[in-house]
Write a protein that binds this ligand. Structure first.
Ligand SMILES: *[C@@H]1O[C@H](CO)[C@@H](O)[C@H](O)[C@H]1NC(C)=O
Ligand SMILES: *[C@@H]1O[C@H](CO)[C@@H](O)[C@H](O)[C@H]1NC(C)=O
Ligand SMILES: *[C@@H]1O[C@H](CO)[C@@H](O)[C@H](O)[C@H]1NC(C)=O
Ligand SMILES: *[C@@H]1O[C@H](CO)[C@@H](O)[C@H](O)[C@H]1NC(C)=O
Ligand SMILES: *[C@@H]1O[C@H](CO)[C@@H](O)[C@H](O)[C@H]1NC(C)=O
Ligand SMILES: *[C@@H]1O[C@H](CO)[C@@H](O)[C@H](O)[C@H]1NC(C)=O
Ligand SMILES: *[C@@H]1O[C@H](CO)[C@@H](O)[C@H](O)[C@H]1NC(C)=O
Ligand SMILES: *[C@@H]1O[C@H](CO)[C@@H](O)[C@H](O)[C@H]1NC(C)=O
Length: 486
């Protein structure tokens, strides 16, 4: 009897431990990856809705710090606005799996305004599952509101990736999140360089508006409005000092990365920038050992600053070897975001210092910067432009290619009928502040086809297809038909 009781206690203890493990790790697929284990099937439910930052779910946030951590509280930078969000989270839920797992995501579109949506899995190759790539009117019809669609694909290749809506302005209004594909120790050339690889250190950085993107862009497209954001968020959080009153301390909103002295952490940085908004990242008194970019492992390279553009990813190792205090994790916007900056906090857990860090950046003369934006050679600052892949170049890639294509990309001063009218308000006949240049590839402006060309090519009027060399239609025969894909 006593033994049975003990046994029960052990079982319930195990259950509690398992539950705690699941709670701490979030999802059973977020696990240590091992070479000889069967891949897992990893399921997620995404509900996309119009929702609000600083909603009633936030109670007394930011005055009461814990209120900002409540379920469904999207505090952002303390500024209330409407947005499109997945599962009432910003960033959206993380998908963390092992290489070759099967990912299944049920997407329910509950957008009140009847907009369609799709989710793109940026970095995933979708070999043999092209129709799961989530590009509206190219690989699928958008998911109509009040319906759902299930994405199923294999987690390949490994690396730090990113999911986001590819429809309308949903991505900059909140529909984006991390997608991390880990490998076993054997398949990871850098496994000996770090101790901790946890979703706690995945960092999504994005520009952030204080109104819906459609409001801002309609003003930008058709009047003289700016399309630039008001702020930058780090993992959906930030301070907005211009807005902050002195009675409220908005630093309670800042994202904190808690580290233990002596350990080495793999940080995975993802840029969700919407406009031309490169981010310059530095961490006071710490260098970053860059080991991977865009899902490709590189020879480790030590930098003190790195610049990341929209859609890019950089993974680095941070060694917690400084005085156990708190340090600023700084993001400076460049180009269209040069007026914005943001901070998070790198906090040593042994530190009693719960307050704002008082740290300073490394002196400028000691800077080694990766991927700099338009910088010339300088005596004091070392700009790094090349990383070396750890993968040996495939012999096949040395062969001369079968075809060479040059693609010219520019903003052109043309009367794009979407923004200008050749008689009423031509681009050459109105004040400069109202000019809108059109982005073009080889002098061609993208126009969404009326049906998804991957699966229903024949339904799109072939007069819509053209290329720059001929200015003529591309004959249907050059594009595989539906049958070849299904
Ligand atoms: C990640 O964060 C959770 C919640 O704060 C914490 O319980 C867990 O220990 C952290 N894990 C690591 C590896 O830091
Ligand atoms: C846009 O045009 C309006 C009306 O002409 C003017 O008042 C405003 O200052 C302009 N804004 C900018 C940013 O140029
Ligand atoms: C906050 O206080 C500073 C210094 O007292 C003052 O200059 C600033 O205008 C105040 N800001 C707001 C938003 O009240
Ligand atoms: C925070 O508290 C101050 C002082 O009580 C108050 O004036 C302010 O409105 C509060 N801020 C929010 C966002 O509730
Ligand atoms: C990276 O830089 C830090 C700080 O200068 C140094 O302590 C560390 O040894 C360097 N690591 C490598 C691999 O170069
Ligand atoms: C950078 O400047 C600081 C302070 O002037 C000096 O102590 C340091 O040695 C300099 N570093 C280099 C690499 O020149
Ligand atoms: C694009 O148009 C310009 C003239 O506006 C022309 O000089 C250029 O060759 C064209 N480029 C291509 C790739 O057709
Ligand atoms: C395709 O487009 C051309 C040119 O705009 C038009 O003349 C033709 O009627 C269209 N065909 C169909 C089937 O819609």
């Amino acid at each position: 009897m006593a033994d049975k009781k003990k046994y029960r206690a052990v079982i319930s203890g195990l259950l509690v431990v398992t539950l705690l493990f699941l709670l701490a790790n979030g999802h059973p697929c977020d696990r240590q990856c091992e070479t000889n284990r069967q891949p897992m099937t990893c399921e997620y439910d995404f509900v996309i809705e119009w929702y609000a930052t600083m909603s009633k779910a936030c109670f007394d946030c930011p005055n009461v710090t814990l209120d900002c951590q409540r379920e469904h509280c999207i505090a952002a930078d303390g500024f209330p606005r409407a947005g499109t969000f997945v599962n009432r989270k910003l960033p959206g839920p993380s998908i963390v799996v092992c290489h070759n797992d099967k990912i299944i995501v049920r997407v329910s579109n509950k957008l009140d305004n009847s907009e369609g949506t799709t989710i793109h899995w940026h970095g995933i190759h979708q070999r043999d599952s092209q129709w799961m790539d989530g590009v509206p009117m190219i690989t699928q019809c958008p998911i109509p509101s009040h319906t759902s669609f299930t994405y199923r694909f294999t987690a390949n290749p490994s690396g730090t990736h990113w999911w986001h809506s590819h429809s309308g302005f949903h991505r900059s209004d909140g529909v984006a999140g991390p997608l991390v594909v880990r490998t076993s120790q054997e398949d990871n050339p850098h496994s000996a360089l770090y101790d901790v690889d946890s979703d706690n250190f995945t960092v999504m950085i994005g520009d952030w508006l204080h109104q819906t993107t459609i409001e801002k862009f309609v003003q930008h497209h058709h009047s003289n409005g700016s399309n630039k954001g008001e702020n930058i968020l780090i993992n959906g959080r930030g301070d907005f000092s211009l807005y902050a009153s002195n009675l409220t301390d908005y630093s309670t909103l800042l994202t904190r990365f808690n580290v233990e002295s002596g350990l080495r952490y793999r940080f995975r940085i993802i840029s969700n920038a919407a406009v031309f908004c490169p981010f310059q990242l530095t961490i006071d008194q710490h260098s970053m050992l860059v080991i991977s970019t865009d899902g490709n492992d590189v020879e480790p390279f030590n930098v003190t600053s790195l610049v990341i553009h929209g859609g890019e990813r950089f993974d680095f190792v941070l060694t917690a070897n400084q005085n156990p205090l708190s340090y600023w994790f700084r993001v400076q916007g460049l180009a269209d975001c040069k007026l914005s900056s943001q901070k998070a906090i790198l906090r040593y857990v042994s530190s009693l210092d719960e307050l704002k860090p008082t740290s300073f950046p490394l002196p400028f003369n000691d800077t080694v910067e990766l991927n700099s934006l338009n910088k010339a050679k300088s005596e004091n600052v070392h700009y790094v432009t090349a990383l070396r892949s750890v993968v040996k170049l495939d012999e096949k890639m040395r062969d001369s290619p079968d075809e060479v294509h040059f693609i010219g990309l520019d903003f052109k001063k043309v009367d794009n009928p979407r923004f200008h009218h050749p008689n009423y308000y031509p681009i050459k006949g109105i004040s400069r502040g109202n000019h809108l240049y059109s982005p073009q590839l080889n002098n061609i402006t993208f126009l969404s086809p009326p049906s998804p060309v991957l699966t229903q090519f024949a339904d799109a009027n072939s007069s819509l297809m053209c290329d720059s060399s001929t200015g003529e239609n591309v004959p249907d025969t050059e594009v595989p038909t539906t049958k070849e894909f299904l």
